[in-house]
Design a protein around this ligand. Structure first.
Ligand code: PEP
Ligand code: MG
Length: 883
């Protein structure tokens, strides 16, 4: 095997398809070079070397020396410069690049190859002494930080003092002489902190930088990022070594980032930011506020500094041509980094651009319209999980807003919460159940955990492509960046705009779609479901086989779910109805009754309530199948737990408080999840299920009578382990149905089925299917009982399990396909063997998880059922699974 892949000068050892090997950046540099775009020559050291580097105890094999030397020779051949040459030195960048982009998480060193001699050569060749010494000090700063691990604060401080001493405000005021003096100070700092002089041997610089970049794969923030984005640590990063080009060689030089379409709205308009006379990371770092790419964007924003279109029109025209070629070549929106060196355009990166859910939708739908991709491709391109962003409420346009300030609309969505000024507090408060908005001067990769914990992010500095903006969009968090009038005093625990002050803990609202920041909480409204969303969903529905139902038990949730396209109810948890304040006491009387007669008396009180519940639901779900699950949880869940409550309840139901306590104690269970619950309630107290069945059939008959649009009730028996349980419960339901139909003088079609929530039920599915027309996989309980992990206590240790790779993802969120999935397959197969037309569905939380839905498609289930807001996600995921 070899590890070095060259690109540039008509050679491309790799290409677009080699992302796993070369990382995203390396593969796309090779691809751009191969289609003739202007890419500075370089080479990529593959991700395989990263793995080997760690295997060999953070060391390189000897063979790599020669390969890298050949790579450098390749760059030298094309540029005509020599690495370490005192008269015309080759300078290189050393950058990380993993398979998927991890913005700002890993390290980069620029201007490598400068030392006391080559800096003079660079000054002469560029005919710009100031530029050369500025480059040298930038290199030292980065190298000391990334490679030597020295406190970068000391270097920044030295620069600040140098400016202050000379009465300067901006770096651009520093002269060649000033930079030269600063380099001397930096050298002294290196000696002081590192005990050795700054390395002068360029090869030494190169190898230590390569090692540092590979090493940055395992820094803490990169690990956190990987965990949040489920990126396996085995992937490793590649290292790209590439000839430097300079955006800081005067007013015809620039550096910038651009998107071929607007990443926020998806509009077909070039979007980008740049800085004249600046280098590399200046734009993303958010230190200077960047300029707009196009005249239109500048005018829309009412900004003064000229756009690239106006400042460097020829370069802009060239760039536009590159955009067109890239979009046609990759057939997707591209995110680009470019540098202009004295009027010459260079491409430094392209990748598929991250985008908001709204933009993803618009771009997919429009590209299909333009004929660039097919409708099916459009469906496949939109990440179902990202739809979540779109389905949630936005600020009510009618509501009053106390606008504090305005920044850039960096990531859409609205959020309200308490102000916090650092990432750790954000995490702590969010864990305590509080909604927080993380407010920072600007964010850095160290803030990543706090950004994730926060409901929204607000920064005083930085542009649309700043760290905060990019990361927030990726996470789907609303973000307002670059709120310039905002002064953040984290240490004092306040932020100010003019004379107004907001303290830590005060509530603010941010609107990531407009950039507005408001004091207090602003009410929200439902999202817009027409337009691109409707179009894409229509295409998705054409492609999917699985039916999508909803888990809902209130008429309101049912209505929302239908608006989102639900095709029935997959799970109505009737116990939720028992908690209603109007009837909880009747429920308690039922539980506390000492015999059947007492229970029946209480159940008679409950019947009209249940009938009304079902009538309302059946009306909303007119004509659709509705799975109603009979009572499932252990009865003592309905009893009081606190001392004061006992007295209240005793008074309310006219029972002696001591007797109540005794009865509650009798009902106590050591392990209620495996206790007297599910169909075990129906087996011991059939009258409960009888009442519920009566309510269901009476309601169904009433609705059929009134509207003619009869629902199809599917009565579901929970937590069945044996055929006999289902047989007994079936008899209760059938007898009740018969009685009600006689009373009402009409019949209705209905089904009786069971949940598969226990391993025994999955294994004995063949005989259980003899007594039931459908199975619904209750994968919450099935996961709990198969893994032997309590769903209520798992939170305490599952995180560690996921970190250690024992489970790839939380098995209560994404189905454990290997284990629980096998039981589902067995149950489906055995159930079908007995009853070929058995209806199969899933109603655990997994019914709304795209990866689990793909599995359901594979097994050939008939439907998935998800909570109302996840219904569109399920529709899209079901289509993607089928296509
Ligand atoms: C399940 O167990 O998957 C299920 C849907 O039922 P519940 O969550 O109500 O136990
Ligand atoms: Mg269950």
């Amino acid at each position: 095997t070899h590890y070095v892949y060259r690109f540039g000068g008509g050679i491309s050892d790799g290409g677009q398809g080699d992302k796993n090997l070369l990382g995203g950046k390396g593969a796309n540099l090779a691809e751009m070079a191969s289609i003739g775009l202007p890419v500075p020559p370089g080479f990529t050291i593959s991700t395989e070397m990263c793995t080997r580097y760690y295997e060999e105890g953070e060391a390189f094999p000897d063979s790599l020396r020669e390969e890298v030397a050949n790579g450098i020779a390749h760059i030298e051949g094309i540029t005509g410069k020599k690495f370490g040459d005192a008269s015309d030195p080759l300078l290189v960048s050393v950058r990380s690049g993993a398979r998927v982009s991890m913005p700002g998480m890993m390290d980069t060193v620029l201007n490598l190859g400068l030392n006391d001699e080559t800096v003079e050569g660079l000054a002469k060749k560029a005919d710009d002494e100031r530029f050369a010494w500025d480059s040298y000090r930038r290199f030292m700063q980065m190298y000391c930080d990334v490679v030597l691990g020295l406190d970068h604060g000391r270097f920044e401080e030295a620069l600040e003092i140098a400016k202050e001493d000379r009465g300067y405000n901006l770096d651009t005021e520093m002269t060649a002489k000033d930079w030269r003096a600063l380099v001397d100070e930096y050298k002294a700092l290196v000696r002081e902190m590192w005990d050795k002089p700054f390395p002068q041997d360029v090869n030494d610089q190169l190898w230590t930088a390569i090692g540092a970049v590979f090493g940055s794969w395992n820094v803490e923030r990169a690990k956190v990022y990987r965990r949040l984005h489920s990126i396996p640590s085995e992937w490793g990063t590649a290292v790209n070594v590439q000839a430097m080009v300079f955006g800081n060689m005067g007013d015809t030089s620039a550096t910038g980032v651009a998107f071929t379409r607007d990443p926020s709205t998806g509009e077909k308009a070039y979007y980008g930011e740049f800085l004249i006379n600046a280098q590399g990371e200046d734009v993303v770092a958010g230190i200077r506020t960047p300029q707009y790419l196009t005249k239109r964007a500048r005018e829309n924003a009412g900004a003064k500094p000229l756009s690239l279109e106006e400042a460097l029109p020829d370069t802009y025209a060239e760039l536009v041509e590159v955009f067109e070629r890239l979009e046609n070549h990759y057939r997707d929106m591209q995110d680009i980094e470019f540098t202009v060196e004295r009027g010459k355009l260079w491409m430094l990166q392209t990748r598929t651009g991250k985008r908001t859910a709204k933009a993803a939708l618009k771009i997919a739908v429009e590209m299909a319209g333009e004929g660039l991709i097919s409708q099916d491709e459009a469906v496949i391109r939109v990440d179902p999980a990202a739809l979540d962003q779109l389905l949630h409420p936005t600020l009510d346009p009618e509501a009053e807003r106390d606008v504090l300030t305005k920044g850039l609309p960096a990531s859409p969505g609205a959020a309200s919460g308490k102000v916090v000024f650092d990432a750790d507090s954000a995490e702590k408060k969010a864990n305590g159940g509080e909604d927080v908005i993380l407010v920072r001067v600007e964010t850095s990769p160290e803030d990543i955990h706090g950004m994730h914990a926060a409901k929204g992010i607000l920064t005083a500095r930085g542009g649309m492509t700043s760290h905060a903006a990019v990361v927030a969009r990726g996470m789907g968090r609303p973000c307002v960046s670059g709120a310039g009038t905002l002064s953040v005093k984290a240490k004092e625990g306040v932020m100010r705009v003019g004379s107004r002050e907001v303290k830590e803990g005060d509530i603010i609202t941010i609107d990531g779609a407009t950039g507005e920041v408001m004091v207090g909480e602003v009410p929200t409204v439902k999202p817009e479901l027409a337009g691109d969303f409707a179009t894409l969903m229509e295409w998705a529905d054409k492609g999917r086989r699985l039916t999508v139902r909803t888990n809902a038990e209130t008429p309101n949730d049912c209505r929302t779910a239908r608006e989102f396209g639900a095709e029935g109810i997959g799970l109505c948890r009737t116990e939720h109805m028992f908690f209603d304040s109007g009837r909880i006491n009747a429920v308690r009387e039922m539980i506390l009754a000492s015999d059947e007669k007492g229970r029946r008396a209480a159940l008679d009180k409950l019947l009209p309530h249940q009938r009304k519940d079902f009538t309302e639901i059946f009306e909303v779900m007119a004509g659709l199948p509705c799975t109603i699950r009979l009572l499932d949880p252990p009865l003592h869940e309905f009893l009081p737990h606190e001392e004061e409550e006992f007295q209240e309840v005793a008074d309310a139901i006219g029972m002696d408080v001591e007797k109540l306590k005794r009865r509650a104690a009798e009902l106590h269970e050591f392990n209620p999840m495996l206790g007297h619950r599910g169909c075990r309630l129906g087996v011991t107290y059939p009258e409960i299920y009888e009442m519920q069945a009566r309510a269901i059939f009476e309601a169904a008959c009433d609705v059929a009578e009134k509207s003619g649009d009869a629902p199809t009730p599917e009565v579901m028996i929970p937590l069945v382990a044996t055929r006999k349980e289902l047989e007994l419960m079936r008899a209760v339901v059938e007898k009740t149905a018969k009685t009600v139909f006689e009373e009402k003088g009409r019949t209705l079609s209905y089904l009786i089925g069971t949940m598969i929530e226990l391993p025994r039920a999955a294994l004995k599915a063949g005989e259980i299917a003899e007594c039931g027309e459908f199975f619904s996989f209750g994968t919450n309980d099935l996961t709990q009982t198969t893994l032997g992990v309590s769903r209520d206590d798992a939170g305490r240790f599952l995180g560690t399990y996921v970190d250690k790779g024992i489970y790839a993802r939380d098995p209560f969120v994404s189905l454990d396909i290997e284990g629980v999935g096998e039981l589902i397959e067995i149950a489906a197969e055995r159930g079908r063997a007995t009853r070929p037309d058995i209806k199969l569905g899933i109603c655990g939380e997994h019914g709304g998880d795209p990866a689990s839905i793909a599995f359901c498609e594979k097994v050939g289930l008939d439907y998935v059922s998800a909570s109302p807001y996840r219904v569109p996600i399920a529709r899209l995921a079901a289509a993607q699974a089928a296509l």
